[in-house]
Design a protein around this ligand. Sequence first.
Ligand code: S3P
Length: 446
Amino acid sequence: MLEAGMKPFPAQPMSFSASGPLKGAAEVPGDKSISHRALMLAAVACGRSRIAGLSEAEDVASTAAALRAMGVKIERADDGAWEVHGVGTGALLQPRSALDMGNSGTSARLLMGLIASHPVTATFTGDASLSRRPMDRVIAPLQRLGAEATAAPGGRLPLTLRGVCPALPLTHRLTVASAQVKSALLLAGLNTPGITTVIEEVPTRDHTERMLQLFGAEVQVADRNGTREISVRGEADLRPQALHIPADPSAAAFLAVAALIVPGSAIRIEGVGVNPMRMGFYDTLREMGADLHFSAQRMVSGEPVADLEVRHAPLSAVSIDRARAPAMIDEFPIFFIAAAFAEGESRATGLSELRVKESDRIAAMAAGLQAIGAEVAESDDGLIIRGSGGAPLAGGATIASRLDHRISMSFAVAGLRCAAPVTVDDMNPVSTSFPGFAAALQGLAA
Ligand code: S3P
C-alpha cells in the first residue's frame, strides 16, 4: 500500500563527474511560475485558450489535474501547445476527490486562493515535502475574506478549504514577501464583488499582475516609494488568449552555472524570461565576473524574454544584499554552488524563507557543500562560503536530495567540477520542474 507522500517508484541515484567543456544550445522548460498562472487564468476565462511552451513538469501537471477535477477541459494539441476550455469566472465545480498537489507549493497556494471565492469545498494533499510547508500565510488572509479552512497541525497539508461566495473584497498587507500569497489573494479577488487590494512592502515576482492584464482583468498597480499596491476588480470577464510561455530562468540557472565552472564551456539558451523580478541571480553572477549576456530582448505574452549566452569565466566572491533575495529566491542553492568555486568569501543572509522551501535549503546546501569539500558556515538565515578559486572540489560524496529538485540539480552541477564523482541519492525530484535536466547536461557535454 502506498502511503501519502510516497512516490510510486524507487529512488533514482545518479553520479556526476568531472566534465569536458559544455558547448552548444540547450532547451529548458517553460517558466513554471508563469505556466501555473496561465493554466489558472485560462481555466476561468470564457472560452478556449491556447498555451504554447507550457512547462510539462510534474508541478504544473498537478495544477492541470486539479483544474480538470473542477470541470476544466485541458488537452495537448498535436503541435505540443495546450488548449484550455475556460469555464468563466466563478464557474469552477466541486471536485469529487482530494486535490493532490504533489510537491508543488505554487499549485497549492494559488489554487487555494482561486477556490476561496467559489462555492466549493476542496481538500488539498501533497507529498511529504509539501506536507511540511507552512500554509497559514495563505489560510489567514483567505479566512478574512470569508473562506474556512481546517488544516493539519501547524497550518499544514492535508487541509480542507471551504470557499465562500460572495467573498469579501480585502485590502491585505503582506506579512511575508511572497508572490504566492499575493497571487492567491488576487486570484480570490477575481470572483469577489468590488476591489481586492494587496500591498507588498518588498516587491515580488509580478507574473500574476501581468497575466491578469493580458486576460483583460482590470488591474491597477501603484508604486509608492518601493511599496506596491496591486488592485483587481472582481467579477471579471476574462477573455481567452493565445499565449507563449518564456523559457524558465530558474531552470536555465543550473546550466548557466555548469558552463561558468567548467573550463572551456560556452552555451546558449533561447527565449529565456528576463522579468526584472526574476533577475537577481543573473545580476549577482555578473557582479561575480561571469561572462554572461542576454541579447535580442523582446516582449512575449506580456513578459520580457531574451537569448542567453554563458561562457566559462573565473568568478569572484560576492555579498548579497538581502533586498535582492525575492528576485533570486529560487536560485540560492545554485548560487551557493557558484560561490563554492569562486575566489574569496561569499555571504548571503536574510534568507529564513529558504528554510521552508521544498526542503530546508540552508541546511541541505551546508551539509552537501561540506560533504564535497567546500568550506561553509551556516547561520540562522544564511551561509558564508569560502570558494575554491575555480579549482575542483574533492567530491566523492552522496548527497541527500530531500525531495527537492533544486538540491538534486545543484549537486549534479557541482559534480561536473569535482575530483571524484558526486552522487545525488535521488534524481526523481528533478521531474517536478526540469524533467530533461540530465539529458540537457549530457547534450551539452557530448
Ligand atoms: C513562486 C514564488 C516563490 C518561489 C516559488 C514560485 C510563484 O515562492 O519560491 O518557487 O510562482 O509565485 P514564495 O512566494 O513563497 O516566495
